[in-house]
Design a protein around this ligand. Structure first.
Ligand code: NAI
Length: 275
């Protein structure tokens, strides 16, 4: 069911790689809710071509931009405002990548050049997007920017490696920039901390199935899927959440408040009995 929550609103959605991507689901719902937007991804990601199908489905144009390159972001904002016919009301930053995780490098032996890349792509890119947008005055008052985080920003998930540093930094940028953009232009910035979700980036984390199954067994509501994440993003883009800013909103079925669940207690009791 659609409620026209984004009617008359314009945006940019970063990070739809294929139909499993969280950004893909957000784009579909943003369209259903009456929003108009430009889709963006890195030049390499566009080679996968799936995004063009999403472009057709949502009647949106696609513009390549590497989120770490300021000049590409400036061109993207410039072109998007022209295409959409006015300044922006919402931005989704759904971007993450760690060469250390991809190459399965042990945490205690991180490659520091890769670490810089992880931070640049997965966290500093949000700062770059916001900084370019503020300089260009590209976002309307009460506009809303949403990024995607994971609870490994706050707690140890042993194989999440340097992505945990990226997520901690990302959530910190949400707060710091949320203040600066808020006082100057009344623009809101929030993160959604999402349950483990089967996507290209998610499945790249070693032991992903364990993350997924453990969180599902721990959470009273079970894992939150990507469609429910998209719903939260739409709410945060909409005027319904006008006074919410600088927050990390947990879309995780209750996982972040848990210590242990009966399901897991049972599993470990059974485990003890077997030994
Ligand atoms: P995904 O792999 O579909 O999306 C990641 C996107 O980042 C891809 O579209 C990729 O092309 C883009 N990207 C990477 N480097 C880029 C660059 N230099 N410039 C522009 N775009 C670039 O995976 P997913 O899961 O949809 O990831 C979206 C966000 O959600 C990420 O921030 C991820 O960390 C976060 N997240 C994912 C969870 C999961 O379990 N899948 C859980 C919690 C958060």
């Amino acid at each position: 069911m659609a409620y026209n929550l984004l009617k008359g609103k314009r945006g940019i959605i970063f990070g739809a790689l294929d139909e499993n991507s969280i950004a893909w689901k957000v784009a579909i719902k943003a369209k259903e809710e009456g929003g108009e937007f430009v889709l963006s991804n890195s030049p390499i990601a566009l080679r996968k071509k799936d995004i063009f199908e999403l472009g057709k489905k949502t009647n949106s144009q696609i513009i390549a931009a590497d989120v770490t390159e300021i000049s590409e972001l400036e061109d993207l904002f410039d072109e998007s405002i022209k295409i959409l016919g006015g300044k922006l009301d919402f931005i989704l930053h759904s971007v993450g990548m760690s060469p250390n995780v991809r190459k399965d490098i042990p945490y205690s032996e991180l490659n520091y050049d890769y670490l810089m890349k992880t931070l640049d792509v997965s966290a500093i890119s949000l700062h770059k997007i916001l900084s370019v947008a503020l300089k260009m005055d590209a976002i309307n008052e009460w506009g809303s920017v949403v990024t995607l985080s994971y609870i490994a920003s706050q707690r140890v998930f042993s194989s999440y490696s340097d992505m945990s540093h990226a997520k901690a930094m990302l959530e910190s940028i949400v707060k710091q920039f949320g203040y600066h953009y808020g006082v100057r232009k009344k623009v809101r910035i929030n993160a959604v901390s999402q349950s483990p979700t089967r996507t290209t980036a998610g499945a790249g984390v070693s032991g992903f199935n364990a993350f997924y199954n453990y969180a599902d067994a721990m959470s009273p509501l079970g894992n939150a899927d990507s469609n429910s994440c998209a719903n939260v993003c739409i709410f945060l883009f909409s005027d319904l959440s006008k006074q919410i800013t600088m927050q990390t909103v947990y879309n995780d079925g209750g996982f972040s408040s848990m210590g242990i669940s009966n399901k897991l207690i049972q599993q470990y009791i059974d485990g003890d009995c077997k030994e």
